[in-house]
Design a protein around this ligand. Structure first.
Ligand code: CTP
Length: 383
């Protein structure tokens, strides 16, 4: 799907003025050629709110970062810095040219002007800049505004996905978020992007960014449709998770949506193991009692339960909303005091008391203690 929209670039100066934190950046960059760049410009044109300000500077990053004050993380190799100041996140990068030694490698960078810096970027809609001093005239050498208006994602050059195949995953993220279609050349190049040249960490990093979006399942479906990664049931599971978290405050409070969606999609043994656990729970017969729900659920991390719930295990709602909050009045110390030896019998006693309480069979301290002691003793005999 593609959304055509009207972009009013004349609104840029006033939107720039209204950007939270911009006056800090202006003060720090006074006298240096610095620009608002990339997604920050795109989002200003779209009048979208965003959390961070991306600045490119034709010169050293260090002094600018220092002038901004705040918390600083500097990456010397890439001549970038991230500064947190007064609740504003400011990313600074030296304007640069990039050379990719081989497909999928991280680039070698060398200082260059803003024009070259824009030319090394992924898509036209991300290759725009606005000077931070003087006239805030939009710099748009690759037709980013026109592509935003037409709802088109377009690369700047033929080797874009060879240099950096993760851009194909970024394409899915932007296409899904902004309802963009692929320009035909972009589509052809993208379909031959080879993600096997990229480390699994970088792929997972991109999937994590997708998981944090409003509609990750759309992007995941595109990744599958474009033949970039074998997604299997991931788009469907992600869509079910989106619905679950949108509909349920209690699940949103209990589990992290982004983590659950990432686990549902990520490559690697650990996510696959957690998916198997969720699948097993989802296929389990509906438990016959609250105590059984508790036993089935309590060993799993919240995101595994969210995946199982999204796959149909609605009996987990009771666990998340109620059962997991139930606490015993007795503790292990009460059992020790009553003569139960330290060891597994304590745990078994407490479990029995909790099961009874969940099922309505223990209403106060005395009843819990009696049930726990009986169970501890019985287990002792069985031992
Ligand atoms: N970029 C690129 N190729 C990449 C990653 C990033 O060319 N593989 C460029 C793009 O111009 C992008 C900018 O670096 O706009 C910043 O990247 P990033 O912070 O990842 O994206 P944003 O533009 O901030 O967009 P969003 O946060 O909305 O994803």
């Amino acid at each position: 799907m593609t959304t055509a929209r009207e972009i009013d670039a004349s609104k840029l100066p006033e939107r720039l003025e209204a950007l939270p934190g911009i006056e800090l950046v202006r003060r720090a960059t006074a006298g240096v050629p610095a620009y608002l760049v990339g997604g920050a410009v795109r989002d200003l044109l779209l009048a979208e709110e965003r959390a961070d300000i991306d600045v490119a500077v034709e010169g050293e990053v260090g002094p600018l970062a220092e002038a901004l004050g705040g918390e600083l993380v500097e990456h010397a190799r890439f001549q970038t810095a991230a500064v947190s100041v007064d609740a504003h996140e400011i990313d600074i990068a030296r304007t640069r040219a990039e050379v990719y030694e081989h497909p999928g490698a991280l680039p070698s960078v060398s200082p260059a002007g803003i024009t070259e810096d824009l030319a090394r970027r992924d898509f036209t809609i991300n290759a725009m800049a606005v000077p931070l001093s003087g006239e805030p005239q939009l710099i748009d050498p690759h037709g980013g505004v026109a592509d935003l208006e037409a709802g088109v994602l377009r690369v700047l050059h033929r080797l874009s996905f060879v240099d950096d195949p993760t851009r194909a995953l970024r394409a899915a993220r932007y296409a899904a978020r902004l309802d963009l279609g692929l320009d035909p050349d972009c589509e052809r190049l993208l379909r031959s992007a080879d993600l096997s040249t990229v480390s699994q960490d970088r792929v997972v990093g991109e999937l994590a960014r997708i998981a944090a979006e409003s509609h990750p399942s759309r992007a995941l479906a595109l990744i599958d449709e474009w033949g970039l990664l074998e997604m299997g049931s991931a788009p469907r599971v992600a869509a079910a998770l989106e619905r679950l978290f949108a509909a349920s405050p209690q699940w949103s409070e209990y589990a992290r949506r982004e983590t659950a969606i990432l686990l549902a999609t990520a490559p690697g043994d650990h996510p696959a193991r957690l998916r198997r656990r969720a699948g097993k729970l989802a296929r389990h017969d509906r438990p016959g009692s609250p105590a059984e729900v508790q036993v089935l659920a309590h060993d799993h991390v919240p995101e595994v339960l969210a995946m199982a719930r999204a796959a149909g295990a609605d009996w987990l709602d009771d666990y998340v909303g109620r059962l997991r909050h139930v606490e015993l009045e007795i503790t292990g110390y009460d059992l020790v005091e009553a003569g139960v030896p330290q060891g597994p019998a304590i745990g078994r006693g407490l479990n029995a008391a909790l099961a009874a309480k969940l099922d309505g069979g223990a209403e106060d301290f005395e009843q819990e203690l009696r049930i726990a002691l009986d169970a501890a003793e019985a287990d002792d005999v069985a031992d």
